[in-house]
Each structure stands twice: as structure tokens, then as C-alpha cells.
Design a protein around this ligand. Structure first.
Ligand code: WTA
Length: 653
């Protein structure tokens, strides 16, 4: 157990299973042995600038070469200075010019079952026409464009068209409310909003345009609104402001050369929630972000010809930016894009899609995996998933038992799982197994990618010993790093670069084990401090989820006069009754798995856990509930937080 006085966090998760890549997998992999990874890693950190300069020269198209690789005036980084490139050129023209225009970019499937197949050449054509349409509306380089759309191919077209002419996009997740949209429009001073009449979700046509109209009434900087017809519900169109997408592109020319962009010109802003509730606009730029998204995609997903990649994220999140649009498309990948819910019309929709398109790589989130477990194996058993060769996870820690289910049930025991740790701010994956080289341990994001130097620090800012938790920081700049918070330099400095001088503060806790593997222990403020022992929430949760009756669990601390904090856990059961006997059984189980220290003081059963729209458990809300600040009525039986979530969701993402 750790010494609590020096700010280290107790490590109580004892996961020892090891899953090395099979020989067949390793033989075909881009990076096929631990030695190759270690050599590449060593080379990358011995000469960070030389390493990235070579990557940039070889893997991006340059209209003009850069003269300086990096200028690092902490906390401001500039990469590939003097270089001129264009992200949409790298994602489209490069493939068409290389003779790969006929390659499929997207197999798209709408929720009602409509399907489209789009090649790279068609995508280029659509992007050029839409980019010309944007110009026609007066959009210029540097203008901010908000995008509020369902998961349709035109969402990627809109993003790439902005990139093509140098407009800065701000994608707003299609589930957000009018308030959230207008906040983002106003913060970014957006000139244009691109939306759709609606989209499909669980069989219902959602009317996006109504929400957009409500937001536009409070968005004085937005002059025009482009509306894509998706559900054909005859929305209200304001004359002079609103234009149909199809009318705009009808006569637009296909000829739109990509604008030569400076490496450090802004590519996009993406709003993410912060500790204060006011969303922050994370700013990413052109060349560094593009290179980082592309190379991390190729390394982590071991991408090769013939792969069919499916990332189930929405483009409203960073995962959709980096691993649907910019990474895979720069790499010329063939992808699946799906509009709707995983349980429409039935709970096997994902498995049906994998079977139909012979998906080889699936990238999804732990919250989805836990939901699939709850829905039951019989949905999976109906389908042939033998095309899969690699699985990925992102967004939260994956509990070891969920990892095992994913590995065995979905991957048939033959697919490595890349547990990818990264953030909106990092632009791309920072730590993950390279699937042909690094043996997986369930629940660990394993080791850093080339060029990334993680450090785990205690409160005294010294490195903690192996197997002790501390604050996860990144020592050296990397090309995909955020370049700031839109319009708030002070918050950028204060939030990421103040507590630990000279290093990027991730806001997560982590520990490194004896093999140099990293284990993310949750956000810094998720730590529970019981009698001076700091426990991480994920460890208590993983212990609970390892009980066969438990589907999901969230652990939080609540004030306790004696212990400082007591542990409250919120538990969702798989078809079991929420009884006192079950409560006692779970406490006993945690005692057995971790020890007396971690035994929950309160076990509360709930039909579902409150989640942010991107699927992360809302521990802040649960903390308030546990502390009795937010009443939910009778706690003796099942609780339901959906109402509270609806009230709260607007300032969370
Ligand atoms: C958490 C998502 C454990 C972490 C790409 C991080 C993870 C935050 C993992 C960023 C993982 C993401 N294991 N925790 N594999 N991936 N996280 O900005 O707390 O939506 O700081 O980016 O999610 O969330 P964001």
C-alpha cells in the first residue's frame, strides 16, 4: 500500500493476465515485434524534432516545405514552420492523384436502412462543389463555421470543405440543445451554421432544424444557415438566411483547388467540457494535427490495404474528427459510417453491420461494450463476426471483465484490443498497444506511442515509483497537441501548464507498472480519499463489474466525518433483483477483490447510470447525489437519474 503522505495513490487493481499478439497477427503487422516498437520509440525520443520532421516529409503532401520543425516557447508550440499544405488535399486529392479514386471511402448506412457507397473520387467531387458553395456565401479563410448535423456523409463533406478553403469548423454534436449551440456559436463568433432538417434516432425523426432555429435566434454573428434535406419534414426556412444544401451545390463547379494553408493555420475548434461547466473551444491547427492523426491511425490500427475500419463515434467528438475524418481519410482507408442507434430496429444492429460490410477493425467505447453485455450474448451469436481482426476502445477506462467479454465474444479470442488513451486536447492517441508488438493487459493502455514522453508525478512534483499512482503529465511537445483554448489564453495556461511547470498536465491520474505499462486511474478529481488512502474510482468499479450480477458501476466519494470520505457506489444489475442480500454480497465481493479499505459504505442500485452525451459516467452529479445535495427520493430500491441528467446535460459534453 502506498504512503499517503506524499500524494501517491494506492494501487489496488491486481490484473496480471497478459495477451501477446498471435504469431500470424504479428507477422503481418506494420510494427511486428516488441523490439521494432522499442527501437522506433527510442529513435523518436532521442531526437523528437528529427523524428517528426522525417515523418512530416514522408507522410504529408507539401505545397511548400517547412524550414523549422519546432518552435517551443512553453506553452506555445509551432510545428513545421514555413510549410504549406492542405488537410483536405491530404485526405482526398492525394489518393485520387495516386490512382485510387475508385477506392471506397465510406459504406454509409442510415438508421432506417438506406445505404450509400462513396468513393474517394466522389468524395473529392462533393467536397469541391460544397467548398465552392461556401465561397459563394462569402465564407473566407479564417471564418468560423458551426456544423450541427446527423452522422451522414455530408457531415464529413462539410468538415473537409471548410478545411479546403481554410474556414475553421466547430462541429457541435447533433444531440445538443439550442442553448449549447448558441453558446458555441457566440464563443467562436461563427458566421455560418450548417445543419440538416433532421436525423434518425431509434426510429424517430429528430427535427434538428427546429433546435437550430432556436439557437440562431440567440446567435447574432451567424449570417447564413445551410440546411441539408435528410428527413424531408418541410422545416421552416427563413428567407435571406436559410438555404438548402441541394440548391447551393446544384450549379456549383467541381473545380476548387485546395487553398495553400500555413502549417499553423487553425483547422478546427472543438468544444469540450471543463471543470467550471463553461465549455472550452480546443483549437487544433493544420499540419501537426494532420500528421499526428494520420500516423497514429496507421500505427495503432495497423492499417493495411483491404481493411474495413469502423469507428462508431460521432463526428461531434474528437474521436470522429481524428479517427473517422482526418486520420483514416489521410491514410486512404475504407470505412463504415452509421447514422443511428445500436438498438434499432434490434439490439444486434452493430453485429449485423459488421457482418454485412465484413468490417475488419472495430473501434468503440467501453460504455457501448458494457451495454452490449447487458443486452445479452444471443444478439452477438446470430452473426458472423469472423472478418474482425482488431478491436479498439476509447473514452474511458475499460474494466477488465468488459475487456475479456469484448476479447472473447466479439473478437473470438483472436483479435488484439487496442485500449487507446488520449484526449480532445491531444488531437490523437497518446498511449495504446501497437497490436503486433505489445502484449495487452486488460484495463491498461500499455505504452506510449512514438514521440510521446509520459511522466507520473506526485504532489511534490517528483516522479512516483513504479506501481504508485500520480498525476499523468506529458513532458515533450507533440505535433497533435492543442494550440490553445479559443479566445482564452489565460485559461489555457492556467489549466494545462501551471500546476506542473514545463509539462502538459492531462488532468488524469495514472500509474506505471513494473513492465512500463500505464494504467489510467480516472480524472484527478475522481480520486476518493478514504482514511488517508487515495483510491481511484476505476479500481473500485472494476472490482464490482467483475461480479457476475453487475452490468455497470460508478464509485464516488462522499464526505464522512471519520474517514474523510466514504465510498458510495451506484450499481446497475444484469437481470437481478436489487435486494439487501445483493448489497451485502457486493460489499463482500469488493472486500475479496481489493480489501477492506475499498468496501463501499453505500451500495445504491439504479436502472441506468447518468452519462454525458459522449458516454462518460457523470461522477460530478453522482457525487452530489451521494452527498445528499440532490434528492432523488427513495434510495431503497431502483433509482432513476434521467431527469437530473436532462437538467444537467447542457453544460456537460
Ligand atoms: C478518458 C476522448 C482511460 C480520460 C478521446 C481522458 C480514458 C478523457 C481513455 C478524454 C482510456 C479516454 N482509458 N481513460 N483508453 N480514453 N479516457 O476529451 O479521462 O472526450 O482524459 O477524448 O477520457 O476525453 P475526451
Amino acid at each position: 500500500m502506498s504512503n499517503p503522505s506524499n500524494g501517491q495513490i494506492a494501487n489496488v487493481l491486481n490484473e496480471t493476465r497478459l495477451f501477446p499478439p498471435s504469431e500470424t497477427f504479428a507477422k503481418q503487422a506494420v510494427i511486428g515485434s516488441l523490439r521494432s516498437y522499442e527501437e522506433l520509440y527510442k529513435e523518436s525520443i532521442e531526437d523528437i524534432e528529427g523524428f517528426w520532421a522525417k515523418q512530416a516529409r514522408e507522410h504529408l503532401h507539401w505545397f511548400e516545405p517547412f524550414h523549422t520543425t519546432l518552435e517551443w516557447k512553453n506553452p506555445l508550440a509551432k510545428w513545421f514552420i514555413g510549410g504549406k499544405t492542405n488537410v483536405s488535399y491530404n485526405c482526398l486529392d492525394a489518393h485520387v492523384l495516386a490512382g485510387n479514386g475508385d477506392r471506397i471511402a465510406f459504406h454509409w448506412e442510415g438508421e432506417p436502412g438506406d445505404r450509400r457507397t462513396i468513393t474517394y473520387a466522389e468524395m473529392l467531387n462533393d467536397v469541391c462543389r460544397f467548398a465552392n458553395a461556401l465561397k459563394q456565401l462569402g465564407i473566407e479563410k479564417g471564418d468560423r463555421v458551426s456544423i450541427y448535423m446527423p452522422m451522414v456523409p455530408e457531415l464529413a463533406v462539410a468538415m473537409l470543405a471548410c478545411a479546403r478553403i481554410g474556414a475553421i469548423h466547430s462541429v457541435i454534436f447533433g444531440g445538443f440543445s439550442a442553448e449549447a449551440i448558441s453558446d458555441r456559436n457566440n464563443d467562436a463568433q461563427a458566421k455560418l451554421l450548417i445543419t440538416a432538417d433532421g436525423g434518425w434516432r431509434r426510429g424517430k425523426a429528430l427535427s434538428l432544424k427546429d433546435t437550430a432555429d432556436e439557437a440562431l435566434a440567440k446567435s447574432p454573428t451567424v449570417e447564413k444557415c445551410i440546411v441539408l434535406k435528410r428527413i424531408d419534414n418541410a422545416p421552416n426556412m427563413t428567407p435571406g438566411r436559410d438555404v438548402w444544401w441541394h440548391d447551393l451545390v446544384a450549379n456549383a463547379s467541381e473545380d476548387c483547388p485546395a487553398t495553400s494553408m500555413d502549417s499553423e493555420d487553425s483547422l478546427f475548434i472543438l468544444y469540450t467540457s471543463g471543470s467550471t461547466g463553461k465549455p472550452k473551444g480546443i483549437r487544433h491547427t493544420t499540419a501537426g494535427y494532420n500528421l499526428y492523426a494520420k500516423r497514429t491511425f496507421e500505427w495503432v490500427f495497423d492499417h493495411r490495404e483491404g481493411d474495413v475500419f469502423w469507428c462508431t463515434a460521432d463526428c461531434g467528438w474528437i474521436t470522429g474528427h481524428s479517427y473517422i475524418v482526418y486520420g483514416p481519410m489521410s491514410a486512404g482507408a475504407t470505412q463504415v459510417m452509421y447514422e443511428g442507434a445500436p438498438n434499432w430496429p434490434q439490439e444486434d444492429r452493430f453485429w449485423e453491420i459488421i457482418e454485412r460490410y465484413r468490417v475488419t477493425i472495430l473501434y468503440t467505447a467501453p460504455t457501448a461494450i458494457r451495454t452490449f453485455i447487458k443486452w445479452g450474448d444471443h444478439h452477438v451469436d446470430k452473426h458472423d463476426l469472423s472478418s474482425l481482426r482488431l478491436l479498439g476502445s476509447v473514452g474511458e477506462g475499460i474494466n477488465p471483465e468488459a475487456w475479456m467479454w469484448y476479447y472473447e465474444k466479439i473478437g473470438g479470442g483472436r483479435c488484439p484490443i487496442v485500449d487507446t488513451w488520449w484526449q480532445t486536447e491531444t488531437g490523437g492517441i497518446m498511449m495504446s498497444p501497437l497490436p503486433g508488438a505489445i502484449a495487452c493487459k486488460p484495463g491498461s493502455c500499455t505504452r506510449p506511442l512514438p514521440g510521446i514522453v509520459p511522466r507520473v508525478l506526485g504532489h511534490s512534483l517528483a516522479d512516483v515509483e513504479a506501481n504508485h499512482g500520480g498525476m499523468l503529465c506529458i513532458e515533450k511537445p507533440w505535433p497533435g497537441m492543442l494550440r490553445g483554448i479559443w479566445g482564452d489564453d489565460e485559461r489555457y495556461q492556467q489549466q494545462y501548464w501551471s500546476l506542473v511547470p514545463g509539462m502538459y498536465l492531462t488532468g488524469d491520474n495514472a500509474r506505471r507498472d513494473d513492465d512500463g505499462y500505464y494504467w489510467i486511474m480516472g480524472r484527478i478529481d475522481d480520486v476518493i480519499n478514504v482514511s488517508g488512502h487515495r483510491l481511484s474510482t476505476i479500481e473500485v468499479e472494476s472490482a464490482l463489474v467483475s461480479h457476475p450480477a453487475v452490468a455497470e458501476a460508478a464509485a464516488v466519494g462522499r464526505p464522512d466525518d471519520i474517514k474523510g470520505q466514504a465510498i458510495t457506489v451506484f450499481v446497475t444489475l444484469k437481470n437481478h433483483e436489487p435486494t439487501d442480500a445483493m448489497r451485502e454480497m457486493l460489499k463482500k465481493h469488493v472486500r475479496k477483490e481489493i480489501g477492506a479499505l475499498a468496501v463501499p459504505d453505500d451500495v445504491r442500485f439504479t436502472s441506468s447510470l447518468p452519462k454525458t452525451r459522449s458516454g462518460k459516467i457523470m461522477r460530478r452529479l453522482l457525487r452530489d447525489i451521494a452527498a445528499g445535495k440532490e434528492g432523488t427520493g427513495d434510495t431503497s430500491t431502483l433509482e432513476d437519474y434521467t431527469v437530473l441528467v436532462r437538467l444537467r446535460n447542457d453544460d456537460e459534453s
